[in-house]
Design a protein around this ligand. Structure first.
Ligand code: ZN
Ligand code: ZN
Length: 253
């Protein structure tokens, strides 16, 4: 299994998880034209996508989903609540998620998360004994999240904001309250705490994603990561809004 991002942040999110035989997109928060251009960078053919999984209906996750699905006959997978919010009844190809499911040789575990959408999910992917967790939007660390994101070989996790930069920053107070609330976005300390709580000897790679360009800084994210990954042989990187990150192989120690 391997994974990559076509871009990550409040202006658009899109990841891809692939095995030797299939490729699955997770969210598509870029316009059709933009996502096609971004896919070229990763040498990805839209006609080769086996499915698009949608985490929730916020526009930074769904703006390109319908066009990509309809133009390339790619099935869309979403919770019933997300399905209703994105109008998936109008899509030609859609399935709703009601529990653990499988696409090709990848098993997908949906995890309900606290976030201000109708029925948001995040996911753990398993294939050939390897496990990858993707957690892009959550306001707090529920027991469900902490139980599900364990025994991972690779993890992509939201490091949305630094709490003091958010509080001192230019956002209006209602937005600060929303982002820092239990149904908003994970701050650097919360993300680090998730890693600290769930880390096992298996974990090889951590990617920090969904980073606020206004309310965070790479140096602060790296400091938070280093504080919990110290003395462990774990590689980490910080995803960017413009380029996401290139393919990373999910390896098992
Ligand atoms: Zn969201
Ligand atoms: Zn988001």
């Amino acid at each position: 299994m391997r994974f990559a991002s076509l871009g990550s942040g409040s202006k658009g999110n899109c990841s891809v998880v692939a095995s030797d035989s299939i490729s699955i997109m997770v969210d598509c928060g870029f316009s059709y034209k933009d996502v096609i251009a971004r896919m070229k960078r990763l040498d990805l053919d839209p006609d080769a996508l086996t499915g698009i999984i949608v985490t929730h209906e916020h526009s930074d996750h769904v703006s390109g989903v319908e066009a990509l699905s309809n133009r390339h006959a790619i099935p869309v997978y979403a919770s019933r609540g997300t399905w209703i919010e994105i109008g998936a009844d109008n899509y030609k190809f859609s399935n709703y998620i009601s529990g653990l499911f499988t696409i090709g040789d990848i098993d997908i575990t949906p995890i309900p998360v606290p976030h201000d959408a109708r029925e948001p999910l995040q996911f753990v992917f398993g294939s050939a004994g390897k496990r990858l967790g993707i957690l892009s939007d959550a306001g707090s660390l529920s027991g469900r999240i902490l139980n599900a994101f364990t025994e991972l070989d690779a993890l992509s996790i939201e490091f949305n904001h630094d709490i003091s930069l958010l509080q001192r920053g230019p956002y209006p107070s209602y937005l600060k309250t929303r982002i820092s609330g239990d149904y908003g976005h994970l701050n650097n300390d919360q993300a680090a705490r998730l890693i600290e709580t769930t880390v096992s000897d298996r974990l090889c790679t951590v990617v920090a994603c969904h980073i606020s360009e206004i309310n965070n800084e790479v140096a602060l994210i790296e400091k938070a990561l280093e504080s919990v990954l110290k003395n462990r042989d774990i590689q980490y990187l910080v995803a960017s809004q413009s380029d996401g990150f290139d393919w990373i192989s999910v390896e098992r120690r």
